[in-house]
Design a protein around this ligand. Sequence first.
Ligand code: NDP
Length: 453
Amino acid sequence: MSNYDFDLFVIGAGSGGVRAARMSAGLGARVAIAEDRYFGGTCVNVGCVPKKLFVYASEFSGDFNDAAGFGWKAKEEQREFEWSVLKQNKDTEIERLNGIYDSLLGNAGCEIFNGRATIADAHTININGKQVTAEKILVTVGGWPFVPKFEGSEHVITSNETFHLDYLPKKVIVVGGGYIAVEFAGIYNGLGSDTTLIYRGDTLLKRFDHDVSAVITSELEKKGINLQLETNIKKVEKKADGTLIASLTNGESLEADTILYATGRKPLFEGLGLDKVNVELLDNGKIKVNKQFQTTEPSVYALGDIIDTEELTPVALEEGMAFAYTQYGGENRVMDYDHLATAVFCQPNIATVGLTEKEAREQYKDVVIYKSTFSPMRNRLSGNSEKTFMKLIVDKASDKVLGIHMVGGDSGEIIQGLAVALKAGATKAVFDATIGVHPTAAEEFVTMRTPAG
Ligand code: NDP
């Protein structure tokens, strides 16, 4: 046992921090954790969880439309959506989760500090007017939405505020071409807001496979989202009645009551005291760590969105586990970031694991591509024009499946099992030898036989 007040002091009770604290305490460490905002961090409070609840809400409008072909009468004029009900129910659910996180930490034996912790030196933390010491400090403070500065930028909101609006926007502009922009454009459009999505580039979700980007671009437009690519907002003016006027770089201007900026996130280091220790940052502003999450200050560790790995909850959770087992469990757990499955909860969902076609062609001599685009069975009767797209990328020499991509209903659910197959090194022959589940969309993944190129 160290002579410090604690073996481990965790700053930030988000996904990674809570997991690391809880596991470390379970392995016998004396752990404290500080949080000045909300337990569960971005994911639980202003990210994955409330976002998914909003996504569910937004999907009902499409479901009502689809129902008619199956004999249900759900006339448009009889439907009414109450934002206040959704918001209140969402808030109640988040409060429940906050409580669970709090009790998980307490039950694990962690000492909880409700307050803002700042680093005083390599082993000392200031919290709530007192100083405590720890053998190791783990920084898990997460990120915060980034909004570029421009004339009128004070009138726009970020994903943080979307969860607390007391109204559903009638006319909304969403800016960005990444996960949050695409998901929120779908949410607002589904809930009935007049939605414009503005992206400065020519390809939405440009880190995804190019076919996935193309398919989702066309599906979003089909759903009625006003897509404006290769343009950006220059200036926003607020009129006396609250209307926002966005002047675009293409010379046009648009009116809206709400403008949501989803232009990436930055680590939340302000006032943390990183300058009091020898913690080096990378060029992108994230903390430099080794494979054990140790920073250049040996007693200070960092993980989650503030290090240079994917900003995804399951990544932070796994990093928290690896940290705990390495520091207090007698193991050297090194993260394996390969075959990281991910989903974008837009409509339809996007899900992907492994390499994009471009990455595969750069890394392998010969790749074989299988693709399928079809109308899902449900849409035969609903008349919904939404298509499902699937793609498999295979290394010709080894027959190994390198990448799996899907745009279509439930793809976020379907991809998890496929990620296991990829992690296990499944070949295309294994996919072919797998008997499909009929009738599903997912069975298409084991019945694609003709290469597309
Ligand atoms: P992303 O990094 O995914 O996308 C940011 C977007 O903003 C890009 O299209 C970028 O364009 C654009 N952008 C950046 N700066 C500017 C600017 N000055 N003016 C105009 N556009 C700009 O960030 P998000 O905010 O969407 O999400 C943050 C992270 O959160 C994601 O990367 C993801 O890891 C995580 N997340 C995961 C989700 C999930 O798992 N379903 C859901 C939501 C978030 P360009 O490409 O041209 O630079």
